[in-house]
Design a protein around this ligand. Structure first.
Ligand code: NDP
Ligand code: MG
Ligand code: MG
Length: 332
């Protein structure tokens, strides 16, 4: 069973005794910086020149400096810029400002797991990753609650790295909900697998294939959209609240019977065999290498795929249909 840690297991004074730099002020960055500040931690935000979020961070009462200055001032440096540019930000701004005894923090393990960032031996390397988007992390904190986090130590130079990570997690409200101990390897590999095979890749492909099957058989795209995409939210909400059991309790017996007999014909042993190949390519670094090559090669294929899907009948149909549903917020 997973090891869980709560408020009583974490000593907030550890992080209160450090100087923290939060590099980046996006989804996670704003939540970490504001909540640490409100937890009595000495925080500065490191932002690149021309940053779009600089004004917002300052408006919210935070001190903003360059990423290099932030890293030089601080002894705990949390890197919360997009994963594909972290190695560059690290090389340019952070590496030369690290001293023995400092701690380098991440919200996701990719750059450490695949060796794109190689911190020096005298530095603690920790991860605190909330299991939710930044705006939820911040809102929960403000309401006196928290989003569960996972925490890991890759390098324990000080001998106290995990206590420091727990203290950081407490500062953003994570230990109010519970912090699960993991490793950089487990977090990175499961995160990549989940988003590719199930959450994003698997789901998007399933929805598209179902929609195409219906429209190719001559059914109206609007009806197919409702059946294959729109109603997915109701089903996922039920699973989120109470697992498969609550979903099956809520749907009709006909739908439940179809679930049992047809589900395994759609996601077959061949699909699972492919999932195992996907996982192997994540584990051996092939996926990460290909993605970094694609990103730094100008995102040519990425933009092609994006363009193709934006022109798909599923998407053009949905755009029109959602105008009929005043409660569906396009911006949300
Ligand atoms: P965002 O894309 O929301 O944040 C981007 C921030 O980085 C912005 O402030 C942006 O600047 C800044 N930035 C961009 N380039 C640079 C640069 N060269 N130097 C300094 N700052 C720069 O990132 P996320 O919050 O989504 O992700 C951050 C980390 O958290 C990642 O490791 C991610 O995997 C992890 N994570 C994210 C979750 C999420 O819900 N989003 C959940 C859990 C973990 P500007 O001000 O110009 O916009
Ligand atoms: Mg991810
Ligand atoms: Mg139905």
């Amino acid at each position: 069973m997973a090891e869980l840690f709560y408020d009583a297991d974490a000593d907030l004074s550890i992080i209160q005794g450090r100087k923290v730099a939060v590099i980046g002020y996006g989804s996670q960055g704003h939540a970490h910086a504001l909540s640490l500040r409100d937890s009595g931690v000495d925080v500065r935000v490191g932002l690149h020149e021309g940053s779009k979020s600089k004004a917002k961070a300052e408006e919210q009462g935070l001190r903003v400096v360059s990423p290099s200055e932030a890293a030089a001032e601080a002894d705990v440096i949390m890197i919360l810029v997009p994963d594909p540019i972290q190695a560059q930000v690290y090389e340019e701004h952070i590496k030369d400002n690290l001293k023995d005894g400092d701690a380098l923090f991440f919200g996701h393990g990719l750059n450490i797991r695949y060796g794109f960032i190689k911190p020096p031996a005298g530095v603690d390397v920790c991860m605190v990753a909330p299991k939710g988007p930044g705006h939820l992390v911040r809102r929960q904190y403000e309401e006196g609650r928290g989003v569960p986090c996972i925490a890991a130590v890759e390098q324990d130079a000080s001998g106290n790295a995990f206590a420091l990570a727990l203290s950081y997690a407490k500062g953003i409200g994570g230990t109010r909900a519970g912090v699960i101990k993991t490793t950089f390897t487990e977090e990175t590999e499961t995160d990549l697998f989940g988003e590719q095979a199930v959450l994003c890749g698997g789901t998007a492909a399933l929805v598209k294939a179902g929609f195409e099957t219906l429209t190719e058989a001559g059914y109206q795209p609007e009806i197919a959209y409702f059946e294959c995409l729109h109603e997915l939210k109701l089903i996922v909400d039920l699973m989120y609240e109470g697992g498969l059991e609550k979903m099956r309790w809520s749907i009709s017996e006909t739908a439940e019977w179809g679930d049992y007999v047809t589900g395994p014909r759609i996601i077959t042993d061949a699909t699972k065999a492919e999932m195992k190949k996907v996982l192997a390519e994540i584990q051996d670094g092939t996926f990460a290498k290909n993605w970094m090559d694609e990103y730094h090669g100008g995102l040519k294929k990425y933009n092609e795929y994006k363009q193709q899907d934006s022109e798909h009948l599923l998407e053009t149909t949905g755009k029109e249909l959602r105008k009929l549903m005043s409660w569906v917020d396009e911006e949300a």
